[in-house]
Design a protein around this ligand. Structure first.
Ligand code: HEM
Length: 432
């Protein structure tokens, strides 16, 4: 039985995580499929979808249990993020130049870059940011009240993350709308709304649409890269108090980051900083609307309960569905033998519903404790760099929202993003 109360039966043979239509199926069916996969005694293997222009391999093992996702994350010497973790197919050079940042690297190179950029995410820096966050949240709610209820994504959820990440990097006001559009295109790869695939081939969710999406993502990567290079050149001449200035000035063992490294890091950060937090906020409003008891509990003691609520929203929503690892050698994990070169996908959405770790996993419970979810990734070197920032953004935005617009609720169905990577919501009406 799923949370909506509809019985869903799924046979293992009917599940194909590589099928384009799997990710267009209702969420309840998908959840049931992952529950069936978790009940298997070993991981399932799926053939990769073949797409021209991409170096696809044979396939991948689907890691769907919490224990497997955690162990693979914290064993990076065996479960490598190279050659890439953000794509099932290896990235060809023309895409790697844009999307091949530290998320696709192992230590020691990864650790060196992470050391530089993590200076922008220390508790001290975040504490300084708090007043700006609160001022931005106030402005966003002022505008919401002035305009009246409409699309929550556009009016609220998209705004704070975009502003924060652009301020952090030093992106001028005039470029911000473009940054937003390009990050949507990159993570909307495959969704006809963002890539134009429907108009191009009238295909909707098909190989043609995916191909068109790839071309659109490449164009978006090119433009963001161009923007980053321009900004980096300006900051070399005139440093400012932003992350781009820190990146151009940084040296790793006497070497500076190349323009390409700065460009791909810039893309990673604007994409990761924007798309995930926005979706977490929208899922948060939906979850609090559909669970009025939890909403009442939160509003009765906002400061005491918002920490737990944010963790539970990230667990239940799991805004990032999966990342990939590749085996550096033969290895046995939890009773299954993997071979060198095997690919595995870490399905965070499924690990976060594993009943052996989360009692009554489909229940949204803001007091859940402990809550060792893997929504920000498993423990290990790639654990989300922006996790604390995202937590602060959601906390500050929800405090402002529920204090000044306590009647706000999601209304009508969500317009879901078609994706096997991001659990995204394109539009969600609200009322108050
Ligand atoms: C609710 C919001 C967010 C979610 C659910 C999320 C999720 C994730 C996940 C699952 C990973 C792990 C990747 C892996 O293990 O291979 C990750 C890594 C990362 N995230 Fe986030 N993220 C969020 C917000 C942010 C924000 C706000 C930023 C930056 C402003 C950010 C920047 C990054 C970066 C740079 C990495 C790569 C870290 C590395 O490779 O060392 N994320 N995130």
């Amino acid at each position: 039985m799923n949370p909506g109360g509809i019985a869903v039966t799924t046979t293992l043979d009917a599940i194909d995580l590589s099928a384009l239509d799997f990710w267009a199926r209702p969420r309840t069916e998908r959840e049931a499929a992952f529950a069936a996969l978790r009940r298997r005694d070993r991981p399932a293997f799926y053939r990769e979808l073949k797409l021209p222009f991409l170096k696809t391999g044979d396939g991948y093992w689907a890691l769907v249990r919490h224990a497997d996702v955690v162990e693979a994350s914290r064993t990076p010497e065996v479960f490598s993020s190279e050659p890439c973790s953000n794509s099932v197919a290896d990235l060809p050079p023309y895409l790697a130049r844009y999307f091949g940042s530290m998320i696709n690297m192992d230590d020691p190179r990864h650790a060196k870059i992470r050391r530089i950029v993590s200076r922008a995410f220390t508790p001290r820096v975040l504490a300084k940011l708090e007043a700006d966050l609160a001022a931005s949240a106030t402005e966003i709610v002022d505008e919401l009240l002035a305009t009246g209820p409409g699309d929550f994504v556009d009016q609220v959820a998209a705004r704070l993350p975009l502003r924060v990440i652009c301020d952090m990097m030093g992106i001028p006001e005039r470029d911000r709308a473009r940054v937003y559009a390009h990050t949507n295109t990159i993570l909307g790869l495959g969704d006809p709304d963002y890539t134009g695939g429907r108009d191009f081939m009238d295909t909707g969710v098909t190989r043609g649409g995916m191909l068109y999406g790839l071309a659109a993502a490449m164009a978006a990567g090119f433009e963001l890269n161009h923007l980053a290079m321009k900004l980096a050149r300006r900051r070399r001449r005139e440093p400012a108090d932003d992350l781009t200035s820190a990146l151009v000035a940084a040296e790793i063992d006497g070497e500076s980051l190349t323009d390409q490294e700065i460009g791909s890091f810039f893309i990673l950060l604007v994409v990761a900083g924007n798309e995930t937090t926005r979706n977490a906020m929208t899922h948060g409003l939906r979850l609090l609307t559909r669970n009025p008891d939890q909403r009442d509990l939160l509003l009765a003691d906002f400061d005491g309960r918002i920490g737990g609520a944010v963790e539970e929203i990230v667990r239940v929503a799991t805004p990032v569905i999966q990342f990939r690892r590749t085996l550096t050698r033969d290895h046995e994990m939890n009773g299954h033998r993997y071979r060198e070169g095997d690919k595995v996908l870490l399905f965070y959405n499924s690990a976060n519903r594993d009943a052996s770790v989360f009692p009554d996993p489909d229940r949204f419970d803001i007091t859940r404790s402990p809550n060792p979810h893997v929504g920000f990734g498993g423990p290990g070197p790639h654990f989300c760099l922006g996790a604390n920032l995202a937590r602060r953004e959601i906390t500050v935005m929800f405090r402002e929202l529920f204090t000044r617009v306590p009647a706000i609720r999601a209304t009508g169905p969500a317009d879901w993003l078609y994706s096997n990577f991001i659990n995204g919501i394109k539009r969600q009406n609200c009322t108050f």
